[in-house]
Design a binder for this molecule. Structure first.
Ligand code: C5P
Length: 269
């Protein structure tokens, strides 16, 4: 039996450009793994199965994309809220690809696993790559980036956003305009928390907040509770706030939980 942790991600930036001929949006995003994970166990088996009970189980999709003729049995301890913009399903799929490559002795390279991951979901290549990355294209182009440890508070408003609907309502930015991702990388390199907080950007936040005002409410709650900067992750509904330290993250998360919100103190990996 193999056991592995599938880490969630946040998008510190998410810039959306035009629609590509394949119907997906071209994007640029700084994707950073965080200390919130699902635990995945996998065992050899004649058939392919998982205990998640999801109709659209990205673990099984990933396994079939890697090798449609082999079996494996998965058990998942789910902690990442599903459909929350934290890449939960994609992180599970990425961890499954890496684990099955080993268990089935396939010898695929990280790059090959990223390519297979791209068929499973737009966020999978970034999560197979592991560590902070700048992701481009529809998600299939990933490049290593660096990010210091950031202490964050996550809030999940408990609603499910439709990724497709949020993208469809988003205003594309000019590809020639200065890169928000570049500005965020510069701010991260400076180590200045105020600058870092001001550099978070997500082009999907406005359409997501218009569809679901609860997301804007969660961002206000984080600000009121003391976060220096707040942003939405992915296509929502989860939002995060930057704070000064791990102990501050615990305090802010606890104060939000007392108000009935789902909040976690996490940090970037
Ligand atoms: O690839 P994934 O299944 O995560 O994408 C879900 C939906 O999000 C797509 O069907 C598409 O409508 C939208 N999307 C997009 N451009 C991207 C990624 C996702 O339009 N780069």
């Amino acid at each position: 039996m193999m056991r592995t942790e599938a880490f969630a991600k946040v998008n510190l930036t998410l810039e959306v450009f035009g629609v590509r001929p394949d119907g997906y949006h071209a994007l640029r995003s700084l994707v950073v793994p965080i200390s919130l994970s699902d635990t995945i166990e996998v065992e050899p088996s004649q058939t392919l199965a998982s205990d998640t009970g999801y109709a659209d189980d990205l673990i099984l999709k990933a396994a079939r994309a890697l090798d449609p003729f082999r079996g494996a049995a998965f058990r998942v301890v789910k902690r990442i809220p599903a459909g929350g913009g934290l890449g939960g399903g994609s992180a599970d799929a990425a961890a499954a690809l890496v684990a099955l490559n080993e268990m089935w002795n396939l010898g695929r390279s990280r790059e090959e696993l990223c390519e297979i991951g791209a068929q499973v979901g737009s966020d999978v290549p970034a999560l197979v790559f592991g560590g902070p990355v700048v992701m481009q294209g529809r998600g299939e182009v990933v490049e290593r980036a660096s990010c210091p440890r950031l202490d964050l508070v996550l809030v999940n408003p408990g609603i499910h956003t439709s990724t497709r609907e949020v993208y469809a309502r988003c205003t594309a930015r000019d590809i020639a305009a200065p890169s928000a991702t570049g500005a965020c990388l510069d701010a991260l390199a400076s180590g200045d928390l105020g600058r870092i907080a001001a550099s978070f950007a997500n082009d999907l936040a406005l359409p997501a907040c218009r569809l679901h005002p609860e997301i804007a409410d969660a961002m206000s709650s984080l600000r009121t509770a003391g976060a220096i900067g707040v942003a939405m992750s992915g296509s929502g509904s989860s939002v995060f706030g930057l704070v000064e330290s791990a102990s501050r993250a615990e305090e802010v998360a606890e104060s939000l939980r007392k108000k009935g919100l789902s909040a976690w103190a996490v940090h970037t990996l």
